[in-house]
Design a protein around this ligand. Structure first.
Ligand code: FES
Ligand code: FES
Length: 209
């Protein structure tokens, strides 16, 4: 009897979800966090394990377009959801406006907090494309950085927000989280004119695709 109860508690569950535009179907343990699933099962290590208790923001990802601490969400709760991680928003050749702005403002040092910072900021800008200083500070309050000055991070977010208001959101090879356009805000198609324009606005012509 005790063995049967134990087996029930540890029985894996199959979940289906979409991660960075890819359909995924995997068995997960009942106590496995979304963060562990992303890192260990899908090998998406951009979301970082910092505190593992919702305090640092290093593990932030988008779940149906909203920024969520993936260390606080169980993988089973992600069944049927759309997840976007830092790997889904840009790469070295096709930077998201926030990534370009973080570089421009030297808002990165060791980089451990950066994926979480950027995903948190994307979540903020999806809800409020033109946040004032107080709104940015409030949204970023759960994201901790041990090396870079917060001033640079705030400046980078403000500048990227300006770019994202000018540059139309277009699809980045995936169906993004639900927004008014049905497309992830600020995501720019690799090699697109919008991507080049966004990077130019940020004064990083060498990053242009
Ligand atoms: S690792 Fe999730 S909030 Fe710190
Ligand atoms: S850049 Fe090192 S923790 Fe933020």
């Amino acid at each position: 009897m005790v063995e049967r109860a134990y087996a029930r508690r540890t029985m894996s569950t199959t979940i289906s979800l979409r991660v960075n535009g890819q359909d995924e179907r995997h068995d997960v343990e009942p106590n496995q966090t979304l963060l562990a699933f992303l890192r260990d099962t899908l090998d998406l290590t951009g979301a970082k394990e910092g505190c593992n208790e919702g305090e640092c923001g290093a593990c932030m990802v988008l779940v149906d377009g909203r920024a969520v601490n993936s260390c606080l969400m169980l993988a089973v709760e992600a069944d049927g959801r759309e997840i976007i991680t830092i790997e889904g928003i840009g790469d070295a050749e096709h930077l998201h406006p926030l990534q370009a702005a973080f570089l421009k403002h030297t808002a990165v040092q060791c980089g451990f907090c950066t994926p979480g910072m950027i995903m948190t900021a994307i979540g903020l800008l999806a809800e409020n494309p033109d946040p004032d200083e107080a709104a940015v500070r409030e949204a970023m309050a759960g994201s901790l950085c041990r090396c870079t000055g917060y001033r640079q991070i705030l400046d980078a977010i403000h500048e990227a927000a300006g770019v994202m208001r000018v540059v139309p959101a277009v699809e980045f090879g995936m169906r993004g989280p639900a927004g008014p356009s049905g497309v992830a805000p600020g995501l720019m198609a690799p090699g697109s004119a919008e991507a080049a324009a966004g990077v130019k606005v940020l004064g990083l012509p060498e990053m242009a695709p």
